[in-house]
Design a binder for this molecule. Sequence first.
Ligand SMILES: C[S@@+](CC[C@H](N)C(=O)[O-])C[C@H]1O[C@@H](n2cnc3c(N)ncnc32)[C@H](O)[C@@H]1O
Length: 444
Amino acid sequence: MLYYPLLRLHQYSNQLSLVLVKNLKKYTTMELKPPESVYLMTTLNRNVFDKPSTVPLLHIGNTKVSSILPIIKKLLLKMENFKPITHDDDKGTSIYLNPEIIKNWTDLPEDVRQSLEELNVQVTNFKLEEITLKYENFSSESIFKAVLPKDKEGVSSFTKVGHIVHVNLREHLLDYKNLIGEVLLDKVKGCKSVVNKLNMIDNTYRYFQMEVLKGTDNMLTTLKENNCKFEFDFSTVYWNSRLCTEHERIVKALNPGDILFDVFAGVGPFSIPAAKKNCIVYANDLNPESYKWLIHNKKLNKVSDDCFKGFNLDDAFIGLFEADINPITLYVYCFAKGENPEEIARNLIKENFKIKNVDIDSKITDIFRVRTVSSMKEMMRVTLKLDRDILVGVPDDKKRKSETLNEDVQLKKSCIDKNGQEQEEKQQCVQSSRSQEFKNEIQS
Ligand SMILES: C[S@@+](CC[C@H](N)C(=O)[O-])C[C@H]1O[C@@H](n2cnc3c(N)ncnc32)[C@H](O)[C@@H]1O
C-alpha cells in the first residue's frame, strides 16, 4: 500500500498535511475502478459492472454536517450518482470517505483527526461498510479505461454539439463502437445521439461524414455559445465546439462600431455575437447550407439588418481591401505540424501572401496558438495589419464593387452611431438597396 509512507511523513508536521492529501491522489488503488471482468467487453452488460467494495464512513450522529464538511471535504467518496452524505432517522448522519485514501481512522491526516475530535467525532465514529458500486457510479472515462485495450490509445476525447456527442474513433476501437456509443449516451448529460467521424474533413465546406453509433439520427441541433443561440444541421455544415474560446476572444477584441468581414463565416459563431455587440458585420460562406443557417441564426438572435449582411459567395471580399478603411486587422487561421508552430505559421503566411515589394513578415503583429489538435499539430492564428501598400493592385472591375461596398460600410457605421429613430430608418433603406446592388454585381 503505497500511501502509508506518505501518511507517516505527515505526522511530523501539520503543515505538510494539505500537500499530502493532494498527493495521495497519485497513489490510488483499484478500489473505485470497475471490476477487471469488464476488460475487452464489446457488448455493454451493465450488470457485470457490479463491484462489492468496503468503504469507510463517519457516523456523526447529530453533529452539524456544515462544521465537519470543511475538514474532510477532500476525503469524501465522490462517485457518479452517489451521495457521500446520507441521513437516517435512527443512525443520524453518515459521511462516506474515499477508500482509496482512507482504510482506517489513523489514515486520516493528524490535523483532520484533531479537528474532528474537537467536534466530538472520534475513532468510535469511524466504521467500514460493504456497498456495491454499480455501472451508474462509474464515469465514462473510468469505464473506457477498464474496458478498452490497455496497450492502445483509448477514447481520448469527445465533443458535444447540442444534443450530439461526436467521437473520432481509431481503427482499433471500431469493435467497441456500440459500447462506446451506449456509454456516452448514458453518461453525457443532454446527449441524445452519439456519432463517429467517418473521414478526415477534406471537403471544401469542412463538414464530415459520420455514422450514428447510438441514439437518434436527427442532426438538427441547437446550442448556446457566447450568449447567442445557434441552430444548424450538423451533417451539412461546419461546427467545432472547441473553438468557443477563440470565438469569444475575437468578439471580445472588437468594439461597438468596428467592422467585421467574416469571409468564412460558417453558421455565424464570430459574426452573430459581433453583431449583437453592435459591430457592423459582413458575413460570408460558400456553403449554401451554412449561409441558410447563418441567416437563420441572425434572425434567431434578433440581429438587426442595420448591422448585418450575409453573403453566399466564393471569397466574397476580394477587392474590398482597396476601400479606405483604416486600419484593417486580418486574422488568418492555419494548422502547424511540427516542432516550432509559430515559425511554421509565419512561413505559411510568407509563402501564401506574396505581394510585390511588400515584406509581409513586417505586417505580422501576432502569432497565437489557438488550440492543440494533436500531439504535433497546433491550430494557429496569425494577425496581420493590412495597410495600403498591401492593398493595391485590385483590377478595375473589382474596384467599383469595393467602392460601392465602402459607401455601404460608411452608411452602416453612421447608422450605428446615431440614435435618432427617423434618421436610422431612412438610412436603412438606402443601405439595403446598396447591399443588394453590391451582391448583384458580385454575382454577375
Ligand atoms: C473551418 S470553417 C470555419 C467556420 C466558422 N468561422 C467557425 O468558426 O465555425 C470554414 C468555412 O469556410 C467555408 N468556405 C470554404 N471555402 C470557401 C470559400 N472559397 N469562400 C467562402 N467560404 C468558404 C466553409 O463552408 C466553412 O463553413
